[in-house]
Design a protein around this ligand. Structure first.
Ligand SMILES: [Zn+2]
Length: 152
């Protein structure tokens, strides 16, 4: 999936779980994009030098950055530094993994190299992404934007 779809997925999950604070929504957005740092042309990866290329070449795409072990490690790091952001991190990170499961294959048990995916009845990922963006647009038009207006 592309970065916009992951942002929409993460923020939608945040709305469902009742995340309201701006700092938590920022963490959801960041962690929804973070796993794709293994690609230099991803929404987040294009702003980070060297690391995305290394991650793409050495462990490979959708491996370590899409794994439960990395999610757990980052969760532990946050728990020790910014515990108020751990739930927001989990919402964004897990939403990314779930969306990638339905639109491709990820090695979520990395370093075990098995890649797992759940194809949606053969529907191409671009249709899933387009539907997600369209639904987000409909929700915004139908008063969804007020959720974000009431943050401050
Ligand atoms: Zn991904």
């Amino acid at each position: 999936m592309n970065g916009v779809s992951h942002l929409i997925g993460g923020l939608s999950a945040a709305v469902i779980f009742g995340v309201h604070s701006p700092s938590q929504l920022a963490m959801v957005a960041f962690s929804a994009l973070l796993p794709d740092i293994d690609r230099p042309n991803s929404l987040l990866g294009r702003f980070v030098p060297v690391l995305p290329s290394l991650l793409e070449k050495i462990p490979g795409k959708r491996t370590v950055t899409h794994s439960l072990i990395m999610g757990f490690g980052l969760w532990l790091l946050l728990e020790g530094t910014f515990p108020e952001l751990t739930i927001a991190f989990l919402i964004g990170y897990v939403s990314h993994l779930i969306l990638d499961l339905f639109t491709g294959y990820i090695a979520f048990l990395w370093p075990i190299p098995w890649k797992v995916g759940v194809p949606l009845f053969g529907i191409p990922p671009v249709f899933v992404e387009t539907a997600a963006i369209a639904l987000w647009g409909v929700w915004m038009v139908l008063d969804g934007y007020t959720y974000f207006l009431n943050l401050f």
